[in-house]
Write a protein that binds this ligand. Structure first.
Ligand code: ADP
Length: 161
């Protein structure tokens, strides 16, 4: 059975994330979407809120589960019995960071392979940060995030929820 881990911050989950998760779920037997809990990084949504939103967004995918972890990704991957990490690649700007992380993770554990799914064209401009910024300024982000989460995300970005 092939188990893949999709790690990220998901602050909040966007349709771009979901596209990568759905495509990973069609390739691997099991996909674990896991929030990296990093106490150094300030987030708009708490870990519990991000877990809940990811569970809602992935509810239609039977082979996808949602989790969180702290510490080294390779340790977590091993602990979950997986060998593959799946990340999304949007643009050349993602490449340098992703290459560094993939090579470092390979150094730490050569049995863990990182694989990339190219962002779909319609989501290649989409990131959690730009969604938060646009929503804060009153722009329409409804087509950029899962429909069931849009009101909640808009309210928080505007400081109302
Ligand atoms: P991180 O802080 O680890 O980059 P993110 O939550 O921003 O976490 O992203 C998680 C993963 O989803 C990363 O691999 C990122 O490249 C990918 N991703 C984010 N937005 C998109 C998108 N619009 N299309 C494809 N992949 C994306």
């Amino acid at each position: 059975m092939t188990v893949a881990i999709c790690p990220g911050t998901f602050d909040p989950v966007t349709n771009g994330h979901l596209d990568v998760i759905e495509r990973a779920a069609s390739i691997f037997d099991t996909v674990i979407v896991s929030i990296l809990v990093n106490s150094e990084k300030r987030t708009l949504f708490t870990t519990d809120e991000r877990l809940e939103m990811l569970r809602m967004a992935c509810g239609h995918l039977p082979n996808v589960s949602v989790d969180h972890f702290e510490g080294l990704l390779v340790d977590y991957v091993r602990a979950r019995g997986a060998h593959v990490v799946v990340r999304g690649l949007r643009a050349v700007s993602d490449f340098e960071y992703e290459l560094t992380m993939a090579l470092m993770n390979r150094k730490l554990d050569p049995t863990v392979e990182t694989m990339y799914i190219m962002a779909s064209q319609e989501y290649s401009f989409l990131s959690s940060s730009i969604v938060k910024e646009v929503a804060r300024l009153g722009g329409d982000i409804r087509c950029m995030v899962p429909a069931a989460l849009a009101d909640r995300i808009i309210a928080r970005c505007k400081g109302e929820g």
